[in-house]
Design a protein around this ligand. Sequence first.
Ligand SMILES: CC(C)(COP(=O)(O)OP(=O)(O)OC[C@H]1O[C@@H](n2cnc3c(N)ncnc32)[C@H](O)[C@@H]1OP(=O)(O)O)[C@@H](O)C(=O)NCCC(=O)NCCS
Length: 175
Amino acid sequence: MPGKMFIEGEDVNLRTIEEEDAQFLRNGVNHPEVRIHMGNRRPQNLENEKDFIENAVQDEDDVNLLICKEDEAMGIISLKQKDKASKLGEIGIWLHPDYHGNGYGTEASKLVVEHGFEQLNYHKLYARAHSDNEASKSIWRKHGFQKEGEFKDHVYTEGEYRDVVYYGLLEEDRL
Ligand SMILES: CC(C)(COP(=O)(O)OP(=O)(O)OC[C@H]1O[C@@H](n2cnc3c(N)ncnc32)[C@H](O)[C@@H]1OP(=O)(O)O)[C@@H](O)C(=O)NCCC(=O)NCCS
């Protein structure tokens, strides 16, 4: 059974990450269609994922949640505190490719944006994406994030350098 429901949406719910999710996480983060976008260069085995889960649970500043459809795990979303004084947080997300393109990423990120502003009192949230990652850029734009900058040749993956774009949303500019 997956973890306890923490945030409930319409099609998606966000649950606590439990030790038994390690296998799902390993299968997701090593998938080429996921790791290329996340900058995962090293293979991640079950032990790595168990360490990730232990750290995620102990970390008091960050929110890490399992994205589920009913009780089926589809991916992970995180909201990391980048600077406490500035009330600045960064969102990261991935879904296993089996679940791409169904609106789940859009809904999961919307729930975490709401949580960040309404429960955690963030002033600004941002996300990073490779400039050719249309799905990722699209979800931030849909929530009102603005493109704030582009870093040229900022990451090397799949044999080429790629630009990285930053999307940011101030609390006062929420849709
Ligand atoms: C990015 C990601 C989380 C998006 O989640 P998703 O559930 O697949 O996205 P959605 O179904 O909610 O669709 C989001 C938008 O992207 C568009 N989209 C989806 N896949 C696309 C693709 N391959 N190319 C272009 N647009 C795409 C959808 O049409 C939708 O836009 P629309 O609502 O204007 O039609 C998911 O694709 C993913 O996990 N990718 C791999 C990891 C990753 O890139 N993480 C983000 C790193 S910054």
